[in-house]
Design a protein around this ligand. Structure first.
Ligand code: NAI
Ligand code: MG
Length: 496
């Protein structure tokens, strides 16, 4: 497997610091893939220096210059696609099919999208709104961005953070999750090969409280963007508030999956299994709570249980494997403990509910799990599990379904399954989420925004909407009369 040339990539070059030793494990076997020394606050400072030094040149480059190197980056990533897929699979425990068909091509497509979007920063047309001035809108970069990314989709999350930032002329220091640094370092290396100027994209690595916090605490960071847990997100928000730093937070979800009486049951069953198990359920938009009309409930539960039981857990490099392990033993143990508590609270396991034995016992595996009988107020219904666990609950009418679906602290994604166009439009309006799917669950496109509401945070990733996070709008208002005496001044002093 391809290993990076150092623990950080600053000003276009790999290097190493001497912080605490970190291990990158293959969670499908527990084997150590790579060890590195964490970056200390001094290295984070050096990365910010590099980003500051690169800022005037990059912000002052033309859109077509930025676009050209970003297209070159897309080509570098495409050429390294298989190496990236292998590294992503190894460090996260993803089935190789998922890395090859989703993570890597999705990341490349995002780079291509932002290479184009760099040339299209929108604003209102210049005009003489006052009659005596010409108003123009400028969209300017915010400055040096500090970003912290999670371990579930390391390459995609890095790309979602880096690309809108640098396409808009910012420079960035990015810290991936400490257990999944490999593909983000490969991204930085690819950027250097593509001709992204030194210092535009810098990557540091290490634990959140050490390396991450020194980035967030820096008064030289103009903006912090974070994807991860709600608890850490709120901690980061408090640190950012101390400096008045701009924030973009993506804090996970608890997506409802609402199956109405008129739904295509087969489609809903397949959608629920795929939507809850993708990436072993470590997806902030994953289907987690299936609210099913009582008339379909038993059939839905039987169908989901049957399909879940047919999902093949296996070695991640095996093309036939459907589901790999969780990304870490810690995450597997968290998921297992939540399922145990759900059962203690009165839920019933229909299928799954445990770590498999046999040849998979050495990895962080957990079986696809379907629960019924949970209380709406219980932890398994209210809190993010981030594992291959779906809870099914019945409902009797549309008002109840919507109320239950919205009755959690999160609001990232939701789906509704119905063949009634008016019902579909109503749920599109009333489900409290940043994304609502109708008759599907999970698909994303680079052109459309991703981001939450309520406890899921705020701000958009992907799409031109992300430029609202990574740019500031400036109004330049120029007098066109060329006269000393302006009429509005009469409100301040009488003309003499
Ligand atoms: P986490 O929030 O601790 O990790 C996310 C990132 O934050 C990592 O890069 C980590 O190094 C960094 N971080 C942690 N503490 C920090 C600090 N004090 N200052 C700055 N950066 C810090 O997530 P964790 O503990 O690995 O996972 C726990 C739960 O969080 C999961 O079970 C899941 O429910 C949720 N989660 C949600 C994600 C999402 O996509 N929204 C992604 C990852 C986790
Ligand atoms: Mg944590």
């Amino acid at each position: 497997m391809h290993l990076p040339g150092g623990a950080h990539h600053i000003a276009g070059a790999f290097g190493d610091d001497d912080g605490p030793e970190q291990e990158v494990l293959d969670p499908s076997t527990g084997q150590v893939l790579w060890t590195y020394r964490a970056d200390t606050p001094a290295t984070v400072e050096r990365a910010i220096d590099a980003a500051e030094a690169a800022l005037p040149g990059w912000a002052g480059s033309t859109p077509v210059q930025r676009s050209t190197v970003l297209h070159a980056l897309a080509r570098e990533l495409s050429a390294a696609a298989e190496e990236l897929a292998q590294a992503e699979t190894a460090q996260v425990g993803k089935p190789i099919r998922l890395s090859r068909e989703f993570d890597v091509p999705g990341s490349v497509d995002n780079v291509v999208f932002f290479a184009g979007a760099a040339r299209r920063l929108d604003g209102m047309a210049a005009a003489e709104w006052s009659g005596t001035h010409t108003s123009t809108i400028r969209r300017e970069p915010v400055g040096v961005v500090g970003s912290i990314a999670p371990w579930n989709y390391p390459l995609q999350m890095a790309v979602w953070k880096v690309l809108p930032a640098i396409a808009a002329g910012n420079t960035i220091v990015l810290k991936p999750a400490e257990n999944t640094p490999l593909t983000t370092l490969m991204l930085a290396d690819a950027a250097a090969r593509a001709g992204v100027p030194a210092g535009v994209l810098n990557v540091v690595n290490g634990p959140g409280p050490l390396t991450g916090e020194s980035l967030v605490r820096s008064p030289r960071i103009a903006m912090t963007s974070f994807t991860g847990s709600t608890a850490v997100g709120r901690h980061i928000a408090a640190l950012a508030a101390a400096n008045g730093t701009r924030l973009h937070l993506e804090l996970g979800g608890k997506a409802p999956f609402v199956v109405f009486a008129d739904a295509d049951l087969d489609a809903a069953v397949r959608g629920a299994v795929a939507g809850s198990l993708i990436n072993s359920g470590q997806d902030c938009t994953a289907a987690t709570r299936a609210y099913v009309h009582r008339s379909l409930f038993d059939e839905f539960v039987a169908g989901v249980a049957e399909l879940m039981a047919a999902v093949r857990l296996g070695p991640t490099r095996d093309e036939d494997t459907d589901q790999g392990p969780l990304a870490s033993f810690r995450q597997r143990d968290k998921v297992a403990a939540m399922v145990t508590r759900a059962v203690a609270d009165g839920a019933t396991v229909v299928t799954g509910g445990r770590a498999p034995g046999g040849e998979l016992a050495g990895g962080a595996y957990f079986e696809p799990t379907l629960l019924v009988g949970a209380d709406q107020r219980s932890e398994i219904v209210q809190s993010e599990v981030f594992g291959p666990v779906l809870v099914a609950l019945p409902f009797d009418d549309d008002d109840e379904a919507l109320a239950l679906a919205n009755d959690v602290p999160f609001g990232l994604a939701a789906s509704a399954w119905t063949r009634d166009v008016f019902r579909a439009q109503r749920v599109g309006r009333e489900l409290a989420a940043g994304t609502v799917w109708i008759n599907d669950h999970i698909p994303i496109v680079s052109e459309m925004p991703h981001g939450g509401t309520k406890g899921s945070g705020y701000g958009k990733d992907m799409s031109v909407y992300s430029f609202d996070e990574y740019t500031q709008v400036k109004h330049v208002m120029s007098d066109i009369t060329g006269t000393a005496r302006k009429e509005w001044q009469d409100t301040v002093f009488r003309p003499r």
